[in-house]
Design a protein around this ligand. Structure first.
Ligand SMILES: C[S@@+](CC[C@H](N)C(=O)[O-])C[C@H]1O[C@@H](n2cnc3c(N)ncnc32)[C@H](O)[C@@H]1O
Length: 204
């Protein structure tokens, strides 16, 4: 059982996760001209907190995650809503073959820092987008490792300039960044804020 399998049942109870997803959804809606004809991939969707607020403005939605626990909760939520245009699917783009489907919009929230190879995932996102398609990445700004603590040794957030350059190298023509949320954690020295950015990029 993965860390996220374990967390899935209680995920939506956390008001910070709900608030964060709503703020990111609002920022995506401000950055991208959404419409109901858009085919969308929510990568690392968790329980779908980001996709539910956007669903009335989008077309077919593929909600993908590597965690069986997250997907189980998500499938129950989709079934409860009777939503025929949202589909839960198990996918890890680090190890699985790239799906045949192409998308008008890919978004991913708080997942990129869990993916070891950033260059690889950016190139894969590029390949999965249709020409003119959008990529939106919400994640932590670079931090000192205190966000997750010592048991975590992957990415400690991202430097915006470096991530923008990697997106450019993957083929994206234009990248924009904005701050969309702050996660505040209590530390021994007092409360500490960890900003979350939204990067929007377009495939020419
Ligand atoms: C911090 S949670 C964010 C969940 C959701 N996007 C949200 O904002 O509430 C990160 C999610 O990424 C998923 N994840 C981590 N590595 C992944 C990978 N390689 N492929 C697909 N999903 C992954 C985890 O299972 C988890 O659901």
């Amino acid at each position: 059982m993965s860390h996220f399998d374990d967390k899935a049942r209680a995920w939506d109870v956390n008001p910070v996760f709900r608030d964060r997803a709503n703020q990111i959804a609002a920022a995506i809606a401000a950055e991208v001209p959404l419409h109901t004809g858009m085919a969308v991939l929510d990568y690392g969707c968790g329980t779908g907190l980001l996709s539910f607020p956007l669903r009335d403005r989008l077309g077919t939605m593929t909600l993908a995650d590597s965690s069986a626990g997250m997907l189980e909760v998500l499938a129950e939520k989709i079934a409860a809503e009777g939503d025929a245009h949202m589909h839960a699917c198990r996918l890890d783009l680090m190890t699985d073959p790239v799906p045949a489907q192409r998308y008008d919009l890919i978004y991913t929230s708080m997942t990129l820092h869990h993916v070891p190879d950033t260059e690889h995932i950016l190139r894969t996102f590029y390949d999965l987008l249709l020409p003119g398609g959008y990529l939106c990445i919400a994640d932590l700004d670079q931090e000192d490792g205190s966000f997750h603590g010592i048991e975590y040794d992957l990415h400690h957030g991202f430097d915006r300039t470096t991530l923008g350059a990697l997106a450019h190298a993957a083929g994206f023509a234009e990248t924009r960044f904005r701050t969309v949320f702050e996660i505040v954690k209590d530390r021994a020295e007092g409360p500490r804020a960890y900003p979350v950015f939204l990067m929007t990029a377009c495939r020419a």
